[in-house]
Design a protein around this ligand. Structure first.
Ligand SMILES: NC(=O)c1ccc[n+]([C@@H]2O[C@H](COP(=O)([O-])OP(=O)(O)OC[C@H]3O[C@@H](n4cnc5c(N)ncnc54)[C@H](O)[C@@H]3O)[C@@H](O)[C@H]2O)c1
Length: 441
């Protein structure tokens, strides 16, 4: 099949690459010439495990191409995926300007039947807006061409995006047009061969499903974070509680990890957007408001522990920071709790020595205004050298079994503030390190 993907970011590039892997001829469009240049030169603009290989293989086979030429992109695919960003607007709602602009660009140029598939995360009712935008552009051209609009929300996880796309738990398709449903079934059939995991529903329910999924996951995180604070207060160990409840199949073990709060490009904005949808519908969500408020507080939990230990004035102190990306295996720094933590430490007069396996360049861009107080380290070991204490912010695998002796020898005060509960308290303390974790006595 001929497929166009509009927007070549985390979702668009993975979608385009994986669809080409199954033999489709995919053209990826982006308005950012720098991204397209990197892709045309054989690289990828993001860190995503396994993605470079899939991209290179399919580019070589002639099935995957990149362009900034909108005419070419609209002419190419019978299926046109919209995978552009939907950042939060000032009032928390999803800003649909990129989605609508992509839809208009299709309406301005199409000359034959198109299935326009919204893969971006968009509020309920966006399908109608996309339809109206295309119809409006066709009317301006005095043309009556047939087209169908579908919703196909994406559930991939950054850091495991290729794997998630190739072996999806489910493929949700919101569609009313029979031809579109047939095409989407054919497109996804190779990804769901062992069991049909495609769920066809109405467009509004498909749009809603994506927000409901992310809101549920964010709720679990905030719930555990809130319980972790209570555990500290009443002298319980949240790690034991987590295992105790996770073993119940009705609860399950996933997404029960207390930490430094959720970040990334999805949960924060999607929780806000669903809360806005609820408010607009006259049903303000008390749960989502609380989920967000708990998360904002949680980003400060490590800083609060540092302040309790050292006092408000941190001038003259240096803290090592392990992990900057909002989660492991990605270079995505959008809404990363590390940024809040670093700024809060600097505001109290401290300096930081930061290390992340892949997100350092992006982090530096985001911290450019405070760069004189931020030292970039080339390794986890280098980051702790000469620091007073260590803060662990992202649970990269390489932090899981550190050389505790080296850590104790390098840190002036021998203190570790662990925002991810990576270590057995008794073990780390046996090396003479003072250990502060989340929700653990
Ligand atoms: N990142 C994730 O893990 C993830 C997962 C599921 C869903 N989503 C959703 O998918 C959507 C995209 O997210 P992302 O993380 O890939 O965003 P991104 O910012 O990485 O990529 C979006 C891309 O779209 C391009 N773009 C914007 N307007 C364009 C236009 N008119 N024509 C062509 N290109 C255009 C931008 O230049 C950018 O490269 C969002 O709605 C997001 O909520 C993201």
């Amino acid at each position: 099949m001929k497929v166009t993907v509009i927007g070549t970011g985390y979702v668009g590039l993975v979608t385009g690459a994986c669809l080409s892997e199954m033999g489709n001829h995919v053209l990826c469009l982006d308005i950012d010439p720098a991204k397209i240049r990197i892709l045309k030169e054989g690289g990828i603009p993001i860190h995503e495990p396994g993605l470079l290989e899939v991209v290179q293989r399919n580019v070589q086979a002639g099935r995957l191409e990149f362009t900034t030429d909108v005419d070419h992109a609209v002419a190419h695919g019978t299926i046109q995926f919209i995978a552009v960003g939907t950042p939060p607007d000032e009032d928390g709602s999803a800003d649909l300007q990129y989605v609508v602009s992509a839809a208009r660009s299709i309406g301005q140029r199409m000359t034959d039947f198109k299935v326009v598939v919204d893969k971006s995360t968009v509020p309920v009712g966006t399908g109608d807006k996309v339809k109206a935008a295309i119809a409006d552009e066709l009317a301006k051209r005095r043309m009556t061409l047939d087209f169908a609009v579908c919703s196909n929300p994406e559930f991939l996880k950054e850091g495991a995006a290729v794997q998630d796309f190739m072996r999806p738990d489910r493929v949700v398709v919101g569609a009313e047009d029979e031809r579109a449903i047939l095409l989407m079934r054919a497109l996804y059939a190779p990804f769901v061969r062992n069991r049909d995991r495609m769920m066809v529903m109405d467009i509004r329910s498909a749009e809603f499903t994506k927000y409901a999924a992310n809101a549920m996951l964010a709720t679990r995180i905030s719930f555990m974070n809130e319980l972790s604070r209570l555990a500290e207060r009443v002298g319980a160990d949240i790690e034991l509680v987590r295992q105790g409840i996770g073993s119940d199949p009705r609860i399950g073990t996933h997404f029960l990890y207390p930490g430094v709060g959720y970040g990334g490009s999805c949960f924060p904005k999607d929780v806000k957007a669903l809360a806005k949808t609820s408010a607009d519908a006259g049903l303000p969500s008390r749960i989502l408001t609380a989920v967000e408020a708990v998360n904002e507080d949680q980003k400060m939990v490590l800083v609060n522990k540092v302040v309790t230990r050292y006092g408000e004035d941190l001038s003259g102190r240096t803290f090592a920071i392990w992990g900057l990306a909002f989660k492991p295996n990605t270079d995505d720094m959008r809404e990363a709790p590390s940024l809040v933590i670093i700024r809060a430490l600097l505001a109290r007069g401290a300096r930081v020595q930061v290390y992340d396996p892949v997100a350092i360049d992006e982090a530096k861009r985001q911290l450019v205004d405070v760069e004189e107080a931020v030292n970039e380290a080339s390794s986890a070991q280098a980051a702790v050298s000469g620091a007073d204490a260590l803060l662990i912010v992202t649970e990269w695998k390489e932090f899981r079994t550190p050389d505790f002796e080296h850590l104790a020898a390098s840190l002036k005060d021998k203190i570790v503030f662990d925002g991810r509960n990576l270590y057995e308290p008794a073990l780390i303390r046996s090396f003479g390190l003072e250990y502060h974790a989340i929700g653990r006595p």
